[in-house]
Design a protein around this ligand. Sequence first.
Ligand code: FAD
Ligand code: FES
Length: 283
Amino acid sequence: MDGVEESVYRPYNCRVIWMREETPDITTFRVALDDHEAVDAFTSFKPGNFVLASVIGYGEAPFAISSPPSQIGSIEISVRRLGVLTQALHELGVGDRVGVRGPYGNDFLLREPRGKNLLFVAGGIGMAPIRSLVQHVLEDRKSYGEITILYGARTVEDIPYKEEFKKWDRMDYVDIVLTVDPGGETPNWDGRIGYVPNTLSELSTSPTNCLAFVCGPQIVIKLSAEILSNWGFEDSDIVSTLENRMKCGIGKCGRCNIGHIYVCKHGPVFTYEEIRRMPDSDY
Ligand SMILES: Cc1cc2nc3c(=O)[nH]c(=O)nc-3n(C[C@H](O)[C@H](O)[C@H](O)COP(=O)(O)OP(=O)(O)OC[C@H]3O[C@@H](n4cnc5c(N)ncnc54)[C@H](O)[C@@H]3O)c2cc1C
Ligand code: FES
């Protein structure tokens, strides 16, 4: 519209075209980017970017894009039901409208992963951003070395992407290690039992030419990074994402900042070296 400034907060009017109930409280939604403007905006997104997803009457919230950039015309988000907006998203069905702003933030490719061995460590919903990067990497398998994915959930039924883990495990030089918290196992569970950092400490990944991506609750990031440091990983070779509470998502409201760092704009992806240097860092 001539003379009228476009609002930076205007969401694209998108549509749920596919859903999968991953666990009792996590559902993955594939949303179609229904107009050219939205498709153009997302053609250059990278693993690690996030969106603000909204439902009319319930507000909006940030979610990592969990699908790879090669998926043109739609994106996926995996949503853990927690409060008002996430409950409203879980009540949507195929064909329903959802608002999407983005893509926002920086990305995992801040450390070039090609030519390297990759270790992914994730807990809970932290697998959502990692899934985008794993799928991206596996589409060009030859460009990377050995890949290890350690994922932990509270219980067996809390593990999302079960079929994808099985598919990835069948690929050459991809090692999948699944673990559940003690007590969360079932009689026929053939994975590990133990918290993510404990299970990580039982692996033996060499830090040589290896990048580690660690996503999940703060305690998982902190304890896993300590283990990796003990193995000889440099803090700059450990990459993570922060999930500070956000409002605008674009560096304007000051809701997400840690000192002069705006997690929405300068992050959400940071090396562990950057995270430890943040003002009042608990890491
Ligand atoms: C960059 C980024 C990426 C994210 N990616 C994902 C994702 O891929 N999948 C996913 O399920 N969630 C993700 N989250 C978290 C998600 O944004 C929150 O779960 C969501 O905002 C909750 O909204 P709600 O209205 O349902 O909850 P509310 O009704 O606002 O809150 C319910 C409860 O959850 C707590 N809460 C809300 N947001 C957060 C938060 N960010 N951190 C800690 N506690 C919180 C509140 O304090 C309250 O106790 C991400 C967050 C960020 C910042
Ligand atoms: S969420 Fe508004 S400045 Fe980051």
